[in-house]
Write a protein that binds this ligand. Structure first.
Ligand code: ATP
Ligand code: MG
Length: 653
């Protein structure tokens, strides 16, 4: 019979099905957030495997964050696909390199560099440039950009000028630090993350036998979040593919958030130029979020400038209506955090699961005040997700301790045994208040909870059985689920979703980040980051900001510029009118956008919005709504004696 579970294709819309069912060969899905891109590729993998076109082991799916890779693995497992690889580019490359290294290089594999910034510091010292920690970090990022962009030290100065970089030091100096860093790294026989990709590409490009073996092993390539591919990653992908074309890519150019690090949506947008025979699918239906959230997302991205052709997709919400997004201004950060924690508590009491709530911020340093506020209300939280669980130091120590103890097989009650073994590693009775201690504690607790589950499921399960279970889960990269509110940066949240999302700290200097100010391209990337944040929410969405940092501090912060024009006029938080500033004849004109009533797109300029609808609105509207709008317009124009065209704004509707 057909081993494929019948529900693999159930519920997919016709466009999604077209991508899932496309024959082998190049496939490209260009679509906005929440339209089911990841679901589509997972279904495609499951279908290709289920139909016997490829075996699970021949599939290599890559994405950009460890969380997203973990999410993909979870979804694949959910569809019964076992053995397909879903990894980040780096993790995939590391694995391949370990395998090929002896043949390509001939000696023991080199380690990953542990103190990268220190090496950069040594190189900077030799060149005589600043070795302050902050300066070194900037230099390290600049070197990362160069490597991701396939720019060698000798070409750095010219390339940086072409790319309009703002180097952390004179370009010639950066180039010399870069060259020095590479030399030191080679002397120490260590690799950085970018080297993993460079060496992988080189191994396949230069060693025919290795390439043939690899291409025999992997036959089907899938890239999620393709809008954030760097030239270096593209080169690895090309090396993987060789002359073949079994490549499925999905992405959303509006979610490009790593261009500061060399990523570009061009390969996504130009995919059909490279593969003219590709199956191209566009998705517009948003299955993730309520129409309220979708409309806000459309407004945030609708205000973006210079959207490349091909990225002008608008989302049409499919879910039933929900609550309006909440906008909230607070006097200071502790007040903002306390309000978020209180709201989290309400949500949990109303039945929202802890794991369905996320607090997202621009920079990791913002997490602290939220950790404190949540801890105060005794709400469990996680600063990192389930990714790489088994690689964490405390988990490795715990697994080792459990394995040793299991050899003696003491019989006692399993959870209690595990608790006792983990106590010396930091599993105190009371959770530590925050920080790394707390993170360790949460991972250890997850191991105890796993022991509790096992003991409940299998009577008489002892330590050896538990150790075997851990072993198996580590192999399958199947971490235990840890219950808690997620605290994450916006970058780390890409591709994920929660019922309730809190976007916090939306003030100038943080969102957009200080160093983006004055650089149009950088500000636009920050705007896309906010769009990524907004589109993580399924139902509840809150956007907040605080006017001072410390409690009782001077309130001189300003709300994020991105909020202007997205807060509905009738929201109390919209006291400052939605505007954009525009250069006009030597002066600056202030202009308010109009919003399409149907799709939420923000429109500037004197453009008539007929019946509240923008001229190229993609959404289908029911006639009843149109009728009501017509009637309203008729009455309104009579009352105001306005001419035939009325420009509708959100406030008027
Ligand atoms: P992002 O750009 O944020 O990565 P995405 O396009 O990858 O978003 P998914 O994460 O695949 O979107 O899907 C968003 C949500 O919508 C998921 O919960 C998914 O299960 C659901 N979904 C996708 N397609 C459908 C569908 N045809 N019917 C119902 N739900 C769907
Ligand atoms: Mg996705």
């Amino acid at each position: 019979g057909d081993p494929r579970p019948v529900d693999l294709l159930a519920g997919l819309d016709p466009e999604q099905l077209a991508a899932v069912r496309a024959p082998r060969g190049p496939v490209c899905v260009l679509a906005g957030a929440g339209t089911g891109k990841t679901r589509t590729i997972v279904s495609r993998i499951a279908t290709l495997v289920g139909d016997g076109h490829v075996s699970a082991g021949q599939v290599l799916a890559v994405t950009f964050t460890t969380r997203a890779a973990g999410e993909m693995r979870t979804r694949l497992r959910g569809m019964g696909v076992v053995g397909a690889q879903a990894r980040t580019f780096h993790a995939a490359a590391l694995r391949q390199l370990r395998y090929f290294w002896p043949r390509v290089v001939g000696d023991a594999p080199w380690d990953l560099v542990e103190h990268k910034v220190r090496l950069v510091g040594q190189a900077a010292h030799r060149v005589g440039t600043s070795t302050e920690r902050e300066a070194l970090r900037d230099l390290a990022s600049e070197i990362e950009w160069a490597k991701a962009s396939l720019v060698a030290p000798e070409d750095y100065a010219a390339a940086a000028a072409r790319a309009r970089r703002d180097p952390p030091a004179a370009a010639e100096l950066v180039a010399r630090v870069y060259a020095g860093y590479e030399a030191l790294k080679n002397q120490a026989r260590v690799l950085d993350f970018d080297d993993l990709l460079l060496h992988t590409a080189a191994a396949l490009e230069e060693n025919r036998e290795v390439a043939e073996e690899f291409r025999d092993r992997y036959r089907c390539f899938v890239v999620d979040e393709y809008q954030d591919v760097t030239p270096l990653q593209q080169r690895v992908l090309d090396a993987w593919l060789g002359p073949r074309d079994d490549l499925t890519v999905v992405g959303d150019a509006n979610q490009t958030i790593y261009s500061f690090a060399g990523a570009s949506p061009r390969p996504l947008l130009d995919f059909t130029r490279r593969f003219p025979e590709a199956t191209v699918v566009r998705l517009e239906r948003d299955y993730r979020s309520t129409p309220e959230v979708v409309s806000l997302a459309n407004r945030v991205i609708g205000a973006a400038r210079d959207r490349p052709a091909g990225s002008r997709l608008r989302l049409v919400g499919q879910r039933p209506p929900g609550p309006n997004p909440v906008f909230a201004e607070h006097p200071d950060e502790p007040a903002e955090a306390a309000a978020v924690a209180a709201r989290v508590k309400e949500l949990v009491e109303s039945g929202v699961a802890l794991s369905e709530i996320a607090v997202l911020y621009r920079v990791n340093a913002q997490s602290e005040v939220y950790e404190q506020a949540l801890a105060e209300l005794e709400i469990p939280y996680l600063v990192r997700g389930g990714e790489r669980f088994f690689q964490r130091v405390e988990v490795r120590q715990a697994v080792a301790a459990i394995r040793t103890a299991a050899a003696a097989d003491p019989e006692g009650e399993l959870p209690a045994l595990v608790r006792a073994l983990l106590a010396p590693l930091g599993l105190t009775d009371e959770p530590p208040a925050g920080g790394t201690q707390r993170e360790r504690w949460e991972s250890l607790l997850a191991l105890v909870e796993l022991a509790e589950e096992l003991a409940a499921a299998e009577r008489g399960a002892g330590l050896p059985r538990y150790a075997a279970e851990l072993e198996q889960r580590a192999q399958a990269q199947h971490p235990p689920t840890v219950e808690g509110v997620t605290l994450a940066s916006l970058h780390a949240a890409k591709g994920l979703e929660w019922d309730a999302v809190f976007l916090v700290g939306l003030v100038e200097g943080t969102m957009p980040i200080q160093h983006a100010d004055g650089d149009d391209a950088a500000v636009e990337e920050e705007r896309r980051l906010l769009y990524v944040g907004v589109t993580r929410a399924r139902v509840h969405l809150s956007l907040s900001w605080a006017l001072a940092r410390a409690e009782g501090g001077k309130r001189y912060r300003r709300r994020s510029r991105f909020l202007y024009g997205v807060i509905p006029d009738n929201d109390p938080a919209a006291r400052v009118p939605a505007t954009r500033q525009r250069e006009q004849g030597g002066g600056r004109a202030v202009e308010r956008p109009k919003f399409c009533r149907v799709c939420g797109d923000a429109l500037y300029g004197i453009m008539p919005i007929k019946l509240g609808r923008c001229s190229d609105c993609p959404a289908e509207v029911d006639e009843g709504l149109l009728d009501r709008l017509r009637e309203w317009r008729h009455e309104r124009s009579r009352a105001l004696r306005v001419p035939a065209y009325v420009i509708f704004t959100d406030a008027t509707l």
